[in-house]
Write a protein that binds this ligand. Structure first.
Ligand SMILES: [Zn+2]
Length: 453
């Protein structure tokens, strides 16, 4: 183990060109392979099933969720022989908005990597029509009034009513299916295993993703990152605002959570590989009163974020009006490229180093002088170097960085660990970097105070 003692010189981030390694040409090629035309074709086909409601018909070969999921499965198989495509099936009992027992099928395509650690790209393929006005009727109810009954629990609802879901979430489903093809056909051997999933039951309370996460958590599956895409294809808001050049990424806190680390990573990769498109980071789990399948992963402690278009048109969502004319495929393709660049970089990089020891203590200290920043981490398989990041505590993105060699300890002389946040990322032989592991105290609770009886 090499030990270095250096004087800390805080060079401003911009001056160091931080986090902008020479773009890996394989990633550039992969990003360029995303096809706007294919996204359009996939979404056209998805809307042709009229509805994809979780409780809609499963017997018709042309209409309803049964026909839709079979087509998604077949299309994923057709798109590349390298994908391991299957239904991920659950027999779900009646509960909440699931008004009768139902067989729920997520559609899953796995691209095996050199290691079992998983990176997910997901979306939901089910749709819903909650009645006249769709989501705008919900948004414009007078404030303070008692909430009306859940429209999805109306006994007279027609599960086979038109519910095309071109944008919610045909946009995300097309994106997921296109990325499965692009990654599988890239010829690149990734270190991480990529898992592309189209969920069912999202509109009834994230049921498909929750059932899946419940299962993989019990099997101790290693999930490194989840890129969820839900409502990512529309650029024209219902209030007249237009934004074709940015996408929102929501990530739950606290500020150095692994989900926030993933969100910052996505923004960096977008800057490198898709500079014409901006990532707007949102420091919250999602929009008010709305949710999606990333939360199923967050609840089990997995890093997961959701992409959301910058301007939503609420008058189309959850209604028969969610049609193809409300999807801007040029815009959707840019969002797909940001996903592609970030997923590829992460899947090519070594896993993030661990900065917490087996006793759940963060490996940071003030040795040797008592005033230094002494950082230790566990070596990351495949890493050839590490990059240390730091910033003032009252900021939320890295301000400084230092590339160090293949070592597991580094000391900054006379740099206060109390006044800065530190993080470290593993760097692979091609320059691709892992997520940053932040030196933050893990959440813990003291034992209960014993009181005299
Ligand atoms: Zn949705």
């Amino acid at each position: 183990m090499k030990l270095l003692l250096v004087l800390s010189v805080a060079v401003p981030l911009a001056a160091q060109n931080v986090g902008r390694p020479d773009a890996d040409p394989r990633i550039e090629k992969l990003v360029a392979a995303v096809s706007e035309e294919r996204l359009r074709q996939l979404d056209e086909r998805l809307t042709s099933f009229v509805t994809r409601h979780t409780l809609s018909d499963t017997t018709s070969p042309v209409r309803g969720i049964g026909a839709a999921r079979q087509w998604i499965l077949d299309e994923l198989k057709r798109s590349s022989s390298k994908l391991q495509v299957s239904f991920d099936i659950y027999r779900v009992a009646a509960q909440g908005r699931i008004t009768r027992d139902v067989e729920l099928r997520n559609v899953m395509a796995v691209l095996p990597g050199r290691t079992p650690r998983r990176i997910y790209v997901t979306s939901h393929y089910d749709t819903v029509n909650i009645g006249p006005g769709g989501q705008i009727a919900v948004n414009t109810r007078p404030a303070g009034q008692a909430a009306p009954a859940d429209p999805q629990l109306n006994a007279n609802q027609d599960y086979n009513a038109a519910s095309p879901g071109a944008n919610d979430d045909g946009s995300g489903t097309a994106l997921t299916m296109e990325l499965a093809r692009v990654f599988a056909e890239s010829g690149i051997e990734f270190d991480a295993t990529l898992v592309f999933v189209c969920w069912a039951g999202e509109e009834q309370g994230l049921v498909g993703s929750r059932a899946h996460v419940q299962k993989i958590a019990s099997e101790h599956v290693l999930v490194e990152a989840v890129f969820n895409n839900d409502i990512v294809g529309n650029s024209h808001s219902g209030n007249g605002a237009i934004d074709t050049k940015s996408v929102r990424v929501y990530a739950e806190g606290p500020e150095d959570s692994t989900s926030r680390s993933l969100a910052r990573y996505i923004q960096r990769m977008a800057t490198i590989h898709v500079p014409a498109h901006q990532v707007q980071l949102m420091a919250r789990n999602d929009r008010f009163g709305r949710g999606s399948d990333h939360s199923s992963f967050n609840q089990y402690g997995y890093p997961a974020v959701v992409f959301r278009e910058s301007n939503e048109n609420f008058s189309k969502q959850h209604s028969a009006n969610d049609t193809l004319d409300g999807v801007d495929f040029k815009y959707l393709a840019q969002n797909a490229r940001i996903n592609a660049a970030s997923v590829a970089a992460l899947a090519l990089a070594p896993p993030a180093p661990k900065v917490v020891n087996e006793r759940n203590q963060v490996m940071i200290g003030r040795q040797p002088s008592g005033y230094d920043a002494n950082l230790r981490w566990n070596s990351s398989p495949g890493a050839v170097a590490y990059r240390i990041y730091w910033r003032d505590t009252w900021t939320n993105d890295w301000q400084h960085q230092q590339l160090v060699g293949n070592m597991t300890e580094y000391i900054f002389g006379n740099l206060s660990i109390d006044d800065h946040v530190f993080g470290v990322a593993a760097v692979g032989p091609d320059g691709n970097e892992s997520l940053v592991s932040a030196y933050v105290t893990p959440i813990r609770r003291d034992p209960e105070v014993k009181l005299v009886k």
